[in-house]
Design a binder for this molecule. Structure first.
Ligand SMILES: [Zn+2]
Length: 113
């Protein structure tokens, strides 16, 4: 389960940001996760709750924002939606796709008190 490692990485960023802002508590975190990223949302929430316990981000609300997958289709010469890896271009059916969005996971915003 790599969600534990992701949660620990997230907590590190959140704690650093809280320290930089001299915040006593982190109340909410907005996290962007690509729909193509191999991240189990429920597992990530569970892991983050576990690693943040007792710290500055204990009890913080975790808002997950889905970033839709997109790819560049060579034959179409344009950006197309991609629901999952291995799917064909929804326009022309080609598999000559280069994923351009949807695999990332990043913290967009943190609310502190
Ligand atoms: Zn295409």
């Amino acid at each position: 389960m790599h969600e534990m490692a992701l949660a620990e990485g997230m907590l590190q960023i959140v704690e650093d940001a809280a320290r930089d802002n001299a915040a006593a508590r982190v109340s909410a975190i907005w996290l962007e996760i690509g729909t193509l990223a191999q991240v189990e949302r429920a597992a990530l929430r569970f892991c983050f709750d576990a690693v943040s316990r007792g710290g500055v981000a204990d009890g913080a609300r975790l808002e997950i924002i889905d970033v839709s997958g997109a790819a560049w289709c060579m034959p179409c010469g344009e950006r197309v939606a991609l629901v999952a890896f291995g799917e064909a271009c929804p326009r022309c059916g080609s598999y000559q796709l280069q994923v351009v969005s949807g695999t990332e996971m990043r913290i967009r915003e943190i609310a502190v008190e």
